[in-house]
Write a protein that binds this ligand. Structure first.
Ligand SMILES: [Cu+2]
Length: 188
């Protein structure tokens, strides 16, 4: 390589380095906007929990994203309630409070529903005080138990809503929780 060519190559390399440096560090360099974070799986599609003629919550454990509605559907002829409680104290959790949810006369009639929207991640136990009681277990702690004298499902009419950003838990919901009306669950 003769000296003239060598100087030319050196100038070219120097020019390329300077141009790159200017492009990278220039104060007016356009800032590439960051793509918005993908949605975390939050959905406005509700998750359904059904009350049936055996005095049970058919989907007694469901998981939802924060803000995703849970809709309780009474498919029983009898009335039910959905009341939240604190298992450490037995005190009501008023975030879940349906009032009396009247029954239906059958598949051709309308159903009564109660929608609850919980925005804070956590574990939210509830029970139906018509068909279950909160039984004392230790100090002030309670757990749901079958209300003596009522018929139907021998367990306690109670359940849990888990509010979580963990999509793996949400995918474990029973298939029936995707459907508002379960045709084979009317009765009571
Ligand atoms: Cu009940």
């Amino acid at each position: 390589m003769n000296p003239t060519v060598r100087i030319g190559v050196a100038c070219f390399i120097l020019g390329a380095v300077l141009t790159t440096t200017l492009l990278v560090f220039h104060p007016m360099r356009p800032v590439v906007a960051q793509a918005p974070a993908p949605a975390t799986g939050a959905s406005s599609k509700p998750v359904y929990v059904h009350m049936d003629g055996a005095n049970a919550f058919v989907e007694s454990i469901v998981a939802v994203s924060p803000g995703e509605p849970v809709i309780f559907v009474n498919e029983d002829t009898g009335a039910h309630m959905v009341n939240g409680y604190d298992p450490l104290t037995g005190q009501p959790n008023t975030a879940i409070n349906s009032g009396m949810l009247m029954g239906t006369t059958g598949p051709k009639a309308g159903v009564h529903t109660y929608k609850v929207v919980l925005t804070k991640p956590g574990i939210y136990p509830y029970y139906c005080p018509v068909h279950a009681i909160l039984s004392k277990i230790y100090h002030h702690s309670v757990q749901p138990a079958h209300r003596p004298g009522v018929h139907g499902f021998p367990g306690a009419m109670a359940g849990v809503i888990i509010v979580t950003t963990d999509h793996a838990l949400i995918t474990e919901n029973p298939p029936s929780s995707k459907k508002k009306i379960l045709s084979d669950y009317f009765g009571g």
